[in-house]
Design a protein around this ligand. Sequence first.
Ligand code: CP3
Length: 367
Amino acid sequence: MFPELKNDRFLRALLKQPVDTTPVWMMRQAGRYLPEYRASRANAGDFLSLCKNDAFACEVTLQPLKRYKLDAAILFSDILTIPDAMGLGLYFEAGEGPKFKHAVRSKADVDALPVTTADDLDYVMKAVTTIRHALNGHVPLIGFSGSPWTLATYMVEGGSSKDFRHIKAMMYQTPEVLRALLDKLARSVTEYLNGQILAGAQAIQIFDTWGGILSGPMYQQFSLLYMKQIISGLIREHQGQKIPVIVFTKNGGQWLENMAAAGPDALGLDWTTDIGEARARVGHQVALQGNIDPCVLYADKEVIEREVENVLAGFGHGTGHVFNLGHGIHQFVHPDHPKYLIDAVHRLGAKYHEPQFDDLDALNGLD
Ligand code: CP3
């Protein structure tokens, strides 16, 4: 058993239960913008060694929580752990992002891939449990995975890409090969996320970083369909607690209704979508997470506070909003600036959760 949760604002907002103020966390909150992260990475040797050692993964997960009043922690790991466990040989070259020794290009390549289990990623499960204990109930712990489509882009391209030519050629030319790959990934991701939940993750986020490069019909068939399959296979309640699921498709603002229909508790929004319009479209079905432009953190305190207020006002009154950046924090952000953002969310957010006249009338028994 784990220690009792002291701050459940984040989980409550995802489930659209009343909160005292808007909860906030930041995608990629543990990372290179923090000098203490760079020191831990130097100690561990490299990025993957941080991920593969639970003491290091725990240390860097907690670093941003020591600096800022965040309402959630996120497991320190990477989305590419699954393709690595499938045997593709993940490595990182300085300044070039992730790479695989073996790219997946043919039916034979796909056929040779195993479906992975939580046991194959035991170091991740161990990190989840270690972090959950170390948090000591301070805030909830988010587990995560990449979407099958997003993982497949890295596996087929052999690393990061600008034009996605190999995977898009595969999608149009041999869709059955891509479907076989996405199906193996969906099964592996389901096992992986359920493993994280059993190990102690209290909410789940699926990162669909590259769903937004697809046309609408292709997004439905090659990204959303597999996320839907995962969501329906997830453990949604564990030890008496609901496990909320967040789907984040970067540049997915056109497809919010379809995403909401796939069954998550919340949708992550990037900054190109208006959060008020998003709420009007799908706010009756799901909570929303986002969506300030991460580049706001390059500006000074006054600008940060003004932009925070704009996002809070854009969502409007009531629960169902988790404040976040529209994508990961940049490595060149000054580590004092996230403090301005987080403190402003809590301070300025409170007025959006005060009882309104209608609520007061109900309380007083008036009509
Ligand atoms: O949010 C958090 O604090 C948790 C940690 C986290 C990392 N990666 C740590 C990381 C999470 C949630 C991820 C997910 C991830 N990894 C995504 C999806 C998220 C998104 O932003 O949409 C993607 C596409 C990846 C793949 C990946 N890993 C990339 C593209 C890179 C950057 C490579 C580069 O050099 O810029 C990584 C490496 C990585 N993952 C770093 C961190 C802190 C930096 C590694 C370092 O220390 O040099």
